[in-house]
Design a protein. Structure first.
Length: 142
């Protein structure tokens, strides 16, 4: 709980079940669980037991037993990114998916249409309208 910055409460039942799974079923050390919690906070800036569970489940599937194995996986992932291009064989990010799905792509030029400028701007001259209205009023009073 302290690793997630949750010092003011005890874990709920679902959170306790996840922690039991990490320590008893997976057999991970406190150091590995704390590393997964740290990576969770770094990645999503929010305490999430589900995110940490995904990290630890992936580590279990990869056969991780200690921090040396985690570092080896990190090195392998980094090498894969360098060889495999920007995505390194991983699933594209949400921004990359949106860019690919959008017919315009990701426009960054000033004045380019985006979700906030997808309509015709009004070019009404309110001063001219008021002047016209005042002239009509003056013409009616004479």
């Amino acid at each position: 709980m302290k690793a997630f910055g949750l010092n003011n409460r005890k874990p709920g039942l679902p959170e306790q079940k996840l922690m039991d799974k990490w320590f008893k079923e997976y057999g991970f050390s406190r150091e590995l669980v704390l590393e997964a919690c740290s990576r969770t906070i770094t990645a999503i800036h929010n305490p999430s037991f589900q995110y940490a569970d995904k990290i630890l489940s992936d580590w279990k599937a990869a056969g991780v037993k200690g921090m040396a194995d985690v570092e080896a996986l990190d090195a392998k992932r980094t090498a894969g990114k360098e060889v495999g291009g920007p995505s390194g064989g991983k699933r594209p990010s949400l921004q990359e998916e949106n860019k690919a799905a959008s017919p315009q792509g990701n426009r960054t030029r000033k004045g380019a249409p985006n979700q906030f400028h997808n309509f015709e701007q009004r070019d009404t001259d309110y001063d001219a309208l008021m002047l016209k209205q005042v002239r009509e009023w003056v013409g009616q009073q004479s």
